[in-house]
Design a protein around this ligand. Structure first.
Ligand code: NAD
Length: 296
């Protein structure tokens, strides 16, 4: 069997188009323009790249993009005061604090100081609780992107066996909640799981979110299963720098029914879902119908 390659780049472009259409409707029908504020503390080069590309794409879909770049030694009080100001700004519908933060700042405190309805990253404890109890929430972008791709590929996920490898708060746990919400039978595997190969072999859906290059070989995959590879790992191969996922792509693609590549799979969906969450937040803040297909 040769797997269908799920093209995350093309899918993300479609999501951004849908967001842009909704932004246009909000402008024409309600004179509203969704606004996303991104806060970056310090000069981490990877974070700077992410923030730039988030800002660029926010503007491309017709939304307002506001960037706040703060010095690495910014005090917690100053950061919280900026967040408070953004929480109370009616032009701002989404707030994202770029992680990781410098060590002297309490990440949990900062995340939980963002107003839950503007928390487009879905990391606020209220959103975590709402998702866990199956209520309307802001959903973390990466797992939301994975869910969208799975729904698009399969239609209904009801009754499918899903294994999520990784239990982080930003990917593994919310992914498992979303799959449960779509009536999958969900197993969360992690670093202490016994006989991971055996657990993975039972799955119709495998979501790998570990951060270990090519750790899932094809002989762990049930024939026809769908592999969603969240991992982004930089390796040296044949003297070249290369990005690979957590799945060994060639051997998995030979057995799976469908697989996301790295790069070009889950990655591009993350920013697209951030934009989707911002337009959703704007609609909710104004008591308007949410865009269909852009939420969980
Ligand atoms: P994390 O380090 O917070 O969590 C990794 C998880 O993997 C842990 O829960 C751990 O228990 C589990 N794990 C570690 N070793 C294992 C093993 N040998 N067997 C089974 N499980 C094991 O990582 P994260 O933030 O969840 O990110 C995971 C990967 O996804 C990373 O490569 C990261 O770069 C990538 N990522 C990609 C996107 C995207 O947009 N595509 C977004 C977020 C994270």
């Amino acid at each position: 069997m040769t797997a269908t390659i799920i093209d995350g780049k093309a899918f993300a472009a479609r999501v951004r188009e849908q967001v842009a259409e909704h932004v246009t409707r909000l402008k024409t029908d309600h004179d509203l323009k969704p606004g996303l504020a991104v806060v970056l503390v310090g000069e981490d080069p990877a974070s700077q790249v992410y923030v730039r590309s988030k800002g660029k794409m926010t503007v491309e879909v017709g939304m307002n993009s506001v960037e706040h770049k703060l010095d690495a030694d910014t005090s917690e009080a100053d950061l919280l005061s900026l967040i408070d100001q953004l929480n109370n700004d009616p032009e701002i519908h989404g707030i994202l604090v770029q992680l990781p933060l410098p060590k002297h700042l309490d990440e949990d405190l900062v995340i939980n100081s963002v107003a839950p309805e503007k928390d487009v990253d879905g990391f606020h404890i209220s959103n975590v609780g709402l998702l866990g109890t199956g209520q309307k929430s802001m959903v973390p972008c990466t797992p939301l992107g994975c869910l969208m791709m799975l729904r698009d590929h399969h239609g209904s996920l009801s009754g499918m066996d899903a294994v999520v490898i990784g239990r982080s708060n930003i990917v593994g746990k919310p992914m498992a909640q979303l799959l449960l919400g779509d009536s999958c039978t969900v197993t969360i595997a992690h670093s202490r799981t016994k006989d991971l190969a055996d657990v993975v072999r039972r799955a119709d859906i495998v979501v790998a979110a570990v951060g270990r290059p090519e750790m899932v070989p094809g002989d762990w995959i049930k024939p026809g299963a769908t592999v969603i590879d969240v991992g982004i790992n930089r390796i040296e191969r044949d003297g070249k720098n290369k990005l690979v996922g957590d799945a060994d792509f060639d051997s998995c693609a030979a057995v799976a029914g469908a697989i996301t590549p790295v790069p070009g799979g889950v990655g591009p969906m993350t920013i697209a879902c951030l934009l989707a969450n911002t337009v959703t937040a704007c609609c909710r803040a104004n008591g308007l119908a949410e865009p269909e297909g852009l939420t969980a």
